[in-house]
Write a protein that binds this ligand. Structure first.
Ligand code: 5AD
Length: 336
């Protein structure tokens, strides 16, 4: 029986042992979710920030074992939007009141520093905040994107277990990922990280390490979601991550990190039909409606059924209002 008192929103730290106990025991889940929700109300309020997600290329040079966009997946039809198409998606989203544009893609070498900077400059004319989520780049690239106007960057660590990381990311270097995160922070980006829950070979202990890593680095945004096996990847036969465990990891992050921005991730909604609402009621304060053109959405298949979710702006706004929250008209920077 767990003996940790889950009642105070000003609680700032748990030991690794306490985190492991909370994650392994389900007898206090409701208290945990309630405390995360109270912490969210106190530190970031009832507004839900909307981020318009543009998935502009599914071409990727990486071979991450879990991801449907991996280079070796020949069963996927690849696409790449032109700069004009990307800017057009951003304009449409901005005209619907979206105040943050998120540009996400596989690690596509077509999008050089110069090409990206042009796109960033154009999008920043729309008076929106801009987030990039395009993987590992050099310090020089990150600096150029920042100078061109990018405000935020998302780069999940995926797992802090170094040997698991290296097994799942052939040819990639755990320390380089850490360096990228450090560079982003140094350059003054609002920096987001996060991890997958339920990767094959991942332990509860390593999830506790993930949470401590996020807290220690004081990231501005953390996205977590369950691992979902994709049929065209080496992990096709693995079982999916647990929904409740993912929600608990997210709730703990809210309790310990207070004022950061936490998305109700699409992977949560894919695994549980009410996943996004449950996440919003257990610590999350951000949703990322998909504003990519319809014909491309279904080709950005990181995991199966991703595009089956109703991720358009109006549906998401309705959901937010239905639970007594406010669809924010703000840029949604971290409240410090
Ligand atoms: N299941 C769940 N999430 C995944 N991602 C990639 N592949 C999967 C999968 N099979 C997540 C990674 C990445 C983000 C864009 O999508 O965490 O950082």
């Amino acid at each position: 029986m767990l003996v940790i008192t889950l009642s105070k929103t000003h609680l700032t730290m748990f030991s690794k042992k306490e985190i492991i106990d909370i994650l392994s025991d389900n007898s206090q889940n409701e208290e945990l979710f309630r405390l995360a929700d109270k912490t969210r109300v106190k530190y970031v309020g009832d507004e839900v920030y909307l981020r318009g997600l543009i998935e502009f290329s599914n071409i990727c040079k990486c071979t991450c074992h879990y991801c449907g966009l991996r280079f070796e997946n020949k069963a996927i039809e690849r696409y790449r939007l032109s700069a004009d198409e990307i800017i057009d998606c951003a304009k449409k989203a901005a005209s619907k009141g979206i105040k943050t544009i998120v540009l996400q893609s596989g690690e596509d070498i077509h999008f050089t520093k110069e090409v990206m900077c042009k796109i960033i400059t154009e999008i920043k004319k729309l008076n929106t905040a801009l987030t990039l989520s395009i993987g590992e780049r050099t310090f020089d690239d990150y600096k150029a994107f920042k100078d061109a106007g990018a405000d935020r960057y998302l780069l999940r660590i995926e797992t802090t277990d170094k040997s698991l990381y290296e097994r799942l990311h052939p040819g990639m270097d755990f320390y380089n990922r850490l360096k990228c995160l450090k560079n982003l922070k140094k350059l003054g980006y609002e920096t987001g990280s996060g991890s997958l829950v339920g990767l094959p070979g991942q332990s509860i202990e390593s999830l506790a390490d993930d949470i401590l890593f996020f807290k220690e680095n004081d990231f501005d945004m953390i996205g977590v979601g369950p691992f979902l096996p994709h049929p065209s990847t080496p992990l096709k036969d693995a079982s999916h991550g647990d929904f409740t465990l993912s929600l608990k990891v997210m709730a703990l992050i809210r309790i310990l990190m207070k004022n950061i921005n936490i998305p109700a991730t699409t992977a949560m909604e894919t695994l549980h039909r009410n996943g996004r609402i449950l996440a919003l009621q257990s610590g999350a304060n951000v949703v990322m409606p998909n504003v990519t053109k319809a014909d491309y959405k279904e080709k950005y298949e990181i995991y199966p059924d991703k595009s089956a979710n109703n991720n358009d702006i109006d549906t998401i706004k309705e959901k937010i209002i239905s639970i007594g929250r406010i669809a924010s008209k703000d840029f949604g920077f971290r409240k410090k």
